[in-house]
Design a binder for this molecule. Structure first.
Ligand SMILES: NC(=O)c1ccc[n+]([C@@H]2O[C@H](COP(=O)([O-])OP(=O)(O)OC[C@H]3O[C@@H](n4cnc5c(N)ncnc54)[C@H](O)[C@@H]3O)[C@@H](O)[C@H]2O)c1
Ligand SMILES: CC(C)C[C@H](N)C(=O)O
Length: 364
């Protein structure tokens, strides 16, 4: 990959490589765009096949956060960290503290939180070194684990997408295929089960599947079977790129609505599902609940205020569907339009210089 070419093509601001020999930390912090405010996005720990794959993931995920934060109406830019390693065996205290010092070095340009492979306990270790971390233990006045709130937002957004496809937002009696039943999807399944939906689940982790089968009377299928099952809604809640050339032809669902980031392998897959008449709830709009929740910490965390904003995901998905219909474009493009237009409006409204007291001359 020609890194600077790629960064120029999609307007990335900064890429930081973090190395700490003692702890084994190898991490990449990508800051995509800070027009709206400091870049906020989680830290992912994953066993990448190559350094290039890790860089690519950090870049793609950080740009996704720019769009997610903008579309959610947050005054935050987009960033993400990836740590190269196995979250089940490579973690140690020094690693997260070393990362915390790198984040501190960015002096607030980037704020982190949880993502796949990291936990509240990991964020607490980062917090030993920097305040630029959210989703730490509630004992610190923080919002804690964002996953249940992400799940609630996905549930709300799924209802809005169902209204478009089925004429009602009730999920009672709907068959929903859930791919990956980890932190977010377990909580999502709880809402869906309570509303009377029938669940088909899969996961590469057998214990996670068993838990969903026992707690929600879900039917289990093998990971490769989830795309072709007969269902009303497909909920991708594992990793990205599961909407691709191989899977699209197998899909029977009328709605795609799930928590995973970067669900479309390529944007052309968003065009294909649009042509097939599938209602697609764009990933970064529907899964914004977690970031909305942790972002509330910047004002002093208030759960009621945060949940009210997360409720707004229903209207945001409805708005994206409306724009798509009005402009006769796929929903993924409508979501991009919503985010890009907001960033441009704010960028332009800041065209006048404002003395903000941060200039060294103001302190002389
Ligand atoms: N946690 C949040 O608040 C949050 C917020 C926004 C977006 N997301 C996204 O939602 C997705 C899920 O996040 P999470 O926090 O629940 O992660 P998680 O790691 O707890 O859950 C993911 C689950 O997917 C399973 N999985 C991985 N590959 C699979 C495959 N090929 N087939 C079936 N199952 C597979 C894993 O075993 C795991 O149980 C991720 O893409 C994440 O980036 C999470
Ligand atoms: C909680 C958030 C800051 C990060 C979350 N993993 C996301 O992708 O939105």
């Amino acid at each position: 990959m020609e890194i600077f070419n790629y960064m120029e093509q999609y307007d990335y601001e900064q890429l930081v490589f973090c190395q700490d020999k003692q702890s084994g930390l190898k991490a990449i912090i990508a800051i995509h765009d800070t027009t709206l405010g400091p870049a906020l996005g989680g830290t992912r720990m994953w066993t990448y096949d190559s350094e290039e794959a890790a860089i690519e993931d950090a870049l793609r995920l950080s740009r996704g956060m720019t769009y997610k934060n903008a579309a959610a109406g947050l005054n935050l830019g987009g960033g993400k960290t990836v740590i190269i390693g196995d979250p089940r065996k490579d973690k140690n205290e020094e690693m997260f503290r070393a990362l915390g010092r790198y984040i501190q070095g960015l002096n607030g340009r980037y704020i982190t939180a949880e993502d796949v492979g990291t936990t509240v306990a990991d964020m607490d270790l980062i917090h030993e070194e920097t305040n630029f971390v959210t989703g730490i233990s509630p004992a610190f006045g923080s919002s804690g684990n964002p996953s249940p709130v992400t799940a609630y937002g996905v549930y709300k957004g799924m209802k809005a997408a169902a209204k478009e496809a089925f004429g009602t937002d009730s999920l009672e009696g709907k068959v929903i295929a859930v791919q990956g039943v980890g932190n977010v999807a377990y909580n999502l399944c709880k809402y869906l089960h309570e509303e009377g939906a029938s669940l088909i689940v899969t996961d590469i982790n057998k214990e996670a599947v068993q838990r969903a089968v026992e707690d929600f009377r879900a039917k289990a299928v093998d990971p490769n079977e989830i795309y072709s099952v007969s269902c009303d809604i497909y909920a991708p809640c594992a990793l990205g790129a599961t909407i691709n050339d191989e899977t699209i032809t197998q899909l029977k669902a009328k709605v795609i609505a799930g928590a995973a980031n970067n669900q479309l392998k390529d944007i052309r897959h968003g065009d294909t599902i649009h042509e097939m008449g599938i209602v697609y709830a764009p990933d970064y709009v529907i899964n914004a609940g977690g970031v909305i929740n942790v972002a509330d910490e910047l004002q002093g965390y208030n759960s009621d205020r945060a949940m009210k904003k997360v409720d707004g995901i229903y209207d945001n998905i409805a708005k994206v569907i409306e724009i798509a219909k009005r402009d006769n474009i796929p929903t993924y493009k409508a979501a991009d339009r919503l985010a890009e237009e907001r960033i441009e409006r704010i960028r332009n409204s800041r065209s006048q210089f404002l003395q903000n007291g941060h200039h060294i001359l103001s302190r002389r």
